[in-house]
Design a protein around this ligand. Structure first.
Ligand SMILES: Cc1cc2nc3c(=O)[nH]c(=O)nc-3n(C[C@H](O)[C@H](O)[C@H](O)COP(=O)(O)OP(=O)(O)OC[C@H]3O[C@@H](n4cnc5c(N)ncnc54)[C@H](O)[C@@H]3O)c2cc1C
Ligand SMILES: *[C@@H]1O[C@H](CO)[C@@H](O)[C@H](O)[C@H]1NC(C)=O
Ligand SMILES: *[C@@H]1O[C@H](CO)[C@@H](O)[C@H](O)[C@H]1NC(C)=O
Ligand SMILES: *[C@@H]1O[C@H](CO)[C@@H](O)[C@H](O)[C@H]1NC(C)=O
Ligand SMILES: CC(=O)N[C@H]1CO[C@H](CO)[C@@H](O)[C@@H]1O
Length: 544
């Protein structure tokens, strides 16, 4: 969702990753683990890197998307392993378990809290960068996609074979399908088609015993759980079989900016009533709000102001879109010249901010999106936010360096699917999904970083009256380790009985049951993995 910002902030935040010497999470390399791996890898052995290898830091840093977790203080893996065939993965699981090492699995590395490549326990990182084959079967309306593929690669491979097929997932092309689809996966077609996880037909998953399971063999509970429950709690996802959706040969996008002085607040008020219930599901109007420099002295003087950006994605032609908007939302003032008609794949490229005419091959570039240092938080909203609520946000925004709000309209197909159909639970009753963010320069240091994190925590508190309640819900893919964090006598604990229902609503109970059945030793555990019990646990290390 915040891809577009990164395009804007790219110059500011262009950074070198991991040039500093690094602490490794355990002192002695675990040679027993390596021996086990060697004796259990019959045909081909995966590449294993330790911190002495010249490739270790470049590969580790390659997909650390949030630079908060690229510092020398971030715990690092004992071994970084890049399998290039799925047959190499079971022995990594078996040997890690046998020798008391944790594993972390990374597909695209976009986890907001870095959980795919950090751990406070000695661990092995399985980076699926080389497992990214995509087989599109247009006749069958489906594709097998290996976990390490990026969304951009998936979109590109579909578009190579058909101009009228697409896949309803996120806008950011560098996001990995392994994490994204297992956490839900939301994009511009959410109103028309629902979540990415709603389009999973089959999966290949390695369980804690090192067995490769499919939909047939994993059983319906586990297959239910990995579609929205986060697959990191249940195993190593090797590949998804996804169902493709229909898109018209030509779609239309339009991007409109309005500052406060240009009436942004009233436009947002109007957007709240129109974008959700009054326009067809073929149209998604995403709203992004940030702070920009004013460049005129005529109104309000020099300084900073709030700017709203409306990003329209329409499954249809410009003419139709203009007619629709003239009727429902004339205040937006969109004319034919403000619209771009393209193929669906090209629309992805333009929607995130690349200029019209950029070759679609950019979708294959796994580093097209700049990395950044940030903290974000999620919310769902179930009724319109009053004007006074918005104005309070603006006041806070003007005090922060690079704040950002991203709101996606949450209505239509996504809300028609029953809450318990798959583990992803955020359905009927929601109006929008919000992501609040603050971005800063990693060189600002620890004190500054704490200041920004506190700023966003205060904004989150401020929003309490305006967002979902009992529980205040949260989107797993916008992971936030603050949720359920409690302090008792000066010690910090994470309380799953708080964050569990926030992420999973009534599905949390069933997720815990599936967890108990499929991984009773809790081998696949991380800071916010599905727990076996509701006990609070102590947190430490990289928790902010
Ligand atoms: C710039 C940016 C834009 C984004 N835009 C959107 C958006 O438009 N819509 C949206 O819904 N979300 C969006 N997100 C959030 C994104 O969906 C999540 O961060 C998602 O989990 C990323 O998946 P990944 O594979 O890239 O991440 P990773 O960091 O690799 O993994 C995320 C989590 O899944 C686990 N995991 C990953 N792969 C596997 C596997 N193969 N087996 C087992 N566990 C695995 C990891 O261990 C980790 O816990 C965005 C994030 C960023 C940084
Ligand atoms: C500043 O001026 C440029 C060009 O005149 C214009 O495109 C832009 O929208 C203006 N920005 C604001 C915040 O008014
Ligand atoms: C990928 O995109 C980045 C950022 O735009 C660029 O610097 C890099 O050269 C691109 N890589 C390739 C292989 O095109
Ligand atoms: C916190 O400390 C107080 C006083 O030392 C003690 O009585 C109490 O039991 C402690 N609470 C917890 C939950 O440990
Ligand atoms: C699953 C598997 O093949 N395990 C073997 C791994 O190697 C050890 C010896 O190092 C065997 O004892 C295991 O049976």
């Amino acid at each position: 969702m915040e891809c577009s910002t990164h395009a804007i902030l790219s110059l500011l935040l262009f950074v070198l990753v991991l040039t500093t010497p690094c602490k490794v999470s355990s002192a002695s390399p675990n040679s027993a683990f390596l021996k086990c791996l060697a004796s259990n890898s019959s045909k081909s052995k995966p590449q294993v890197y330790d911190p002495k290898s010249p490739f270790y830091f470049p590969i580790l840093g390659s997909s650390i998307y949030n630079l908060r977790f690229a510092s020398s203080k971030t715990p690092k893996p004992l071994y970084l392993i890049t399998p290039d065939h799925e047959s190499q993965v079971p022995s990594i699981v078996v040997c890690s378990k046998k020798h008391g090492l944790k594993i972390r699995v990374r597909s695209g590395g976009h986890d907001y809290e870095g959980l795919s490549y950090t751990s406070n326990d000695p661990f092995v990182l399985i980076d699926l960068i080389n497992l990214r084959t995509i087989d599109v079967d247009i006749k069958d309306n489906s594709a097998w996609v290996q976990a390490g593929a990026s969304l951009g690669e998936v979109y590109h491979r579909i578009a190579e074979k058909s101009g009228v097929h697409g896949f309803p997932a996120g806008a950011c092309p560098t996001v990995g399908v392994g994490g994204h689809i297992s956490g839900g996966g939301f994009g511009a077609m959410v109103r028309k088609y629902g979540m990415a996880a709603d389009h999973v037909l089959d999966a290949r998953l390695i369980n804690a015993k090192g067995e490769i399971l499919t939909k047939e063999t994993m059983g319906k509970d586990l297959f239910w759980a990995i579609r929205g429950g986060g697959v990191a709690s249940f195993g190593v996802l090797l590949a998804w079989k996804i169902k493709l959706v229909r898109v018209p040969p030509i779609v239309t996008i339009s991007i409109v900016d309005r500052t406060l002085e240009q009436g942004a607040t009233d436009l947002i008020q109007k957007w709240q009533s129109v974008a959700v219930y009054e326009v067809p599901e073929e149209l998604q109007i995403l709203l992004q709000v940030g702070v920009v420099d004013r460049n005129t002295t005529t109104k309000g003087g020099l300084g900073r102001t709030i700017q709203a950006t409306f990003r329209l994605f329409f499954l249809g032609r410009a003419k139709q879109l203009i007619q629709l908007l003239e009727n429902k939302f004339p205040e937006l003032g969109i004319k034919k010249k403000d619209c771009v008609e393209t193929s669906w794949a090209e629309s992805v490229v333009n929607f995130i901010g690349f200029p019209v005419g950029t070759p679609v091959d950019i979708l294959l570039n796994r580093t097209s999106m700049p990395k950044a240092t940030f903290k974000v938080k999620p919310d769902f909203v179930t009724r319109p936010i009053p004007k006074i609520g918005l104005e309070g946000i603006w006041k806070r925004f003007l005090k922060e360096e690079s704040p950002e709000l991203n709101i996606g309209v949450w209505e239509g197909k996504v809300n028609e699917i029953p809450e318990k159909k798959i583990a992803f639970p955020h359905r009927a009753g929601n109006m929008y999904l919000i992501q609040y963010g603050s971005y800063w320069n990693e060189n600002e240091g620890k004190v500054a970083s704490e200041k920004h994190i506190n700023w966003i925590r205060e904004l989150y508190d401020y929003m309490t009256p305006y967002v979902s309640k009992s529980p205040r819900t949260a989107y797993l893919n916008f992971r936030d380790l603050d949720l359920g964090l409690v302090e008792i006598n000066g010690t910090k604990y994470s309380d799953p009985s708080i964050w569990g229902p926030m992420y999973f609503k009534s599905n949390f109970e069933r997720l815990m049951k599936v967890k108990g059945d499929s991984d009773p030793d809790n081998f696949f555990s991380s800071e916010q993995s599905i727990p076996l019990t509701l006990n609070k646990y102590k947190v430490h290390g990289f928790y902010p």
